[in-house]
Write a protein that binds this ligand. Structure first.
Ligand SMILES: Nc1ncnc2c1ncn2[C@@H]1O[C@H](COP(=O)(O)OP(=O)(O)OP(=O)(O)O)[C@@H](O)[C@H]1O
Ligand SMILES: [Mg+2]
Length: 607
């Protein structure tokens, strides 16, 4: 990803964030300016000291006064530096926090399709290091760049007034400096972009391997993973070296040219002093000023580097912030009073954005009606698009054609909040969060107090997740990534309880019982039957026992609903259904003399 914004365009985007702290930044700037003025004033005192006090007939008193003034100037400089920090740091960290929060909010807001495309590390590095780089530039880089430039300009003006001939030598040296600075900008920006992107990729690798640590260990692939990581880390190191070289090179030129100018002006200056064209004091003041300016000039290299890095960080930040959420609330949303739960799919088409052109739509004209309160099982061979179809209901993706309605209202006409209150989901891969069992289950429920307790108990009961009471700290036990590890079946039951506790009008379940043993599954189904009475349910089934739970079955084949009916109707009239069910059915498998459990069935059996 490249970004064609100019430096000013990119930096300009920070303005809205910086705006509230501009008064503070200006105070900080004034303090920084104060500090450098103190530094520039010292040579002028030296000039007076040398010309008056050390000249014949000078008095000792002048020496004392001059020393006193130098001391005061030095103390003031230190005070100004401290004040600058004081003014700027706290507000800048507030800006950093706000930017980070709005970044996080935006991430939450963006579509699943966006997250499919972006590596987690790229988002992580943007949320952490890029925003940090921006803050440091705002609080330090920006101010110092302004102050340094002003100091150099003031210094050069003073040098002109002290001796214009000598000052001209310095101005001449600035010309090649600018040409070189321009080239440095291009090369450094490029390599800084590369380095920040590689940091993101590296973070993705770490995230992935930490997440998949069991697989890596079980397959004995830790070594290969480490080698891959090392290769990636080495690439980043090379980029960093290149970056440092490029800066070192520029810094060398920036240091060298003023030094050369200093040498040349020394020769010229001494001869001017010898001919009496400048006073000794002026000569000393000139060189002392040149020395005071040399520091800031050398500082320009790192400051520019910091600015280019900040530009990259801003560009990277806004690549995400500018990504639009295409799944948004309707302009004039419809609010249902009491929802019944009729769900209708009408000529629904869907294709993943990154799908190959020659591949057709995953869903190619789905027509399906679920009556309010009905339980509909969705059956089809693996990879035929069952999960995809379910995700369209809560609008995790939007249909690419046709439409889905609930009680006659298109799902796109609700607010997302309303829609996601109406619809609850349990997915195939159960994600639990690093919080208590209680909070995980009650995630989709607004109930509080005793009401919440009742819902929680009921959901756990229906999902057969009573094991949760026996966890070390009961329902307050921390689960998820940072907490206790649960078994696959336990996770599924918690996720199912979460969907039930949301008390939705429409319940969408993606094979929620696959990891349960038959006895537990039966008990869950009994409980579900009681709950599902009032809820319209679309449930993906991989087992005949799950199909038995349903009032009707819909067969998904080649992106269409090929048939709808009761289990026995479909068995009687549909070959493909028999074929799919045969690969699921316990008894048939027993007849075939195969000892495998149906959910372990391999894909070849279906091919
Ligand atoms: N995020 C995605 N981006 C692109 N293609 C995807 C994505 N998710 C799934 N697919 C593709 O869409 C097709 C349907 O996948 P889906 O997960 O809906 O199948 P499924 O019927 O749920 O299968 P299973 O029974 O194995 O769970 C597959 O070919 C899959 O490769
Ligand atoms: Mg699936």
């Amino acid at each position: 990803m490249t970004n064609q914004n100019t430096l000013w365009q990119s930096l300009g985007r920070l303005y809205p964030h910086v705006k509230p702290i501009i008064p503070r930044l200006i105070l900080g700037l004034l303090c920084a300016l104060g500090a450098s003025m103190m530094a520039l004033a010292i040579p002028q005192v030296l000039r007076v000291l040398i010309n008056d006090a050390l000249a014949e007939g000078g008095s000792a008193r002048t020496v004392w006064v001059a020393s006193g003034v130098v001391l005061v100037l030095g103390v003031l400089e230190a005070v100004f530096v401290a004040l600058r920090r004081q003014f700027v740091i706290a507000p800048a960290t507030t800006v950093e926090m706000n930017m980070r929060t709005s970044f996080y909010r935006h991430l939450q807001n963006l579509t699943v399709e966006f997250h499919d495309r972006w590596g987690s590390g790229q988002l992580l590095s943007r949320a952490m290091s890029d925003i940090n780089l921006m803050r440091r530039w705002m609080a330090f880089g920006l101010i110092m760049l302004v102050v340094t430039s002003l100091t150099v300009v003031m210094g050069v003006v003073i040098m002109f007034f002290t001796s214009w001939a000598l000052a001209l030598i310095f101005v001449a040296a600035a010309v090649p400096l600018m040409v070189y600075g321009y080239r440095f900008r291009t090369s450094y920006s490029r390599v800084s972009r590369k380095s920040q992107d590689q940091t993101g990729d590296l973070a993705t690798t770490v995230e992935e391997s930490v997440h998949g640590i069991r697989v890596l260990k079980a397959f004995g692939r830790s070594r290969e993973a480490l080698e891959d990581f090392e290769a990636q880390a080495e690439e980043l190191r090379q980029t960093e070296i290149f970056k440092a070289r490029s800066l070192a090179h520029f810094s060398m030129i920036v240091t060298l040219l003023p030094e050369l100018a200093l040498g040349a002006s020394l020769v010229v200056g001494v001869s001017l002093a010898a001919s009496g064209d400048v006073t000794i004091g002026a000569l000393v003041a000139f060189f002392a000023t040149a020395a005071a300016v040399a520091g800031p000039v050398e500082f320009i290299g790192p400051l520019l580097a910091m600015t280019f890095t900040a530009k990259t960080a801003i560009d990277r930040h806004y690549e995400v912030m500018d990504s639009e959420n295409t799944i948004t609330d309707a302009a004039a949303p419809v609010h249902l009073g009491a929802a019944r739960g009729d769900v209708v799919f009408e000529a629904v088409h869907f294709r993943y954005p990154d799908a190959q052109d020659h591949a057709g739509d995953v869903l190619n004209g789905i027509d399906l009606r679920l009556r309010a309160g009905e339980t509909m099982a969705l059956v089809g061979v693996t990879g035929c698009g069952k999960s995809t179809l379910l995700q369209l209901v809560p609008r995790l993706y939007d249909v690419t054609g046709g439409g889905i309605t609930i009680d006659g209202v298109d799902v796109r006409s609700f607010t997302l909040e309303d829609l996601r209150t109406l619809v609850a989901v349990a997915f195939e891969d159960t994600t639990l969060f690093s919080t208590s069992v209680r909070d995980n289950v009650l995630m989709g429920s607004d109930a509080t107090g005793a009401e919440a307790d009742r819902i929680l108990a009921e959901a756990l009961e229906v999902a057969q997740a009573q094991f949760a009471y026996d966890l070390p700290e009961g329902l307050e036990t921390l689960i998820g990534e940072e907490g206790l590890s649960l078994s696959g079946g336990q996770r599924q039951r918690i996720a199912l309880a979460r969907a039930i506790a949301a008390q939705p009008t429409v319940l969408v379940l993606d094979d929620p019982l696959s990891a349960l043993d038959v006895a537990t599954e039966e008990r869950v189904e009994e409980g579900l039957r009681a709950v599902l009475g009032s809820t319209t349910t679309l449930i993906v089934a991989h087992r005949p026992s799950t199909v038995a739970l349903a009032d009707r079955v819909a067969l998904l084949q080649d992106g269409r609903i090929a048939d709808v009916g009761t289990h026995s109707e479909l068995l009687a009239r549909n070959d493909h259904y028999r074929y799919v069910i045969a690969s699921l059915d316990d008894e048939e498998i027993a007849q075939l003399g195969r000892a495998v459990r149906p959910e372990l069935d391999d894909e070849e059996a279906l091919a």
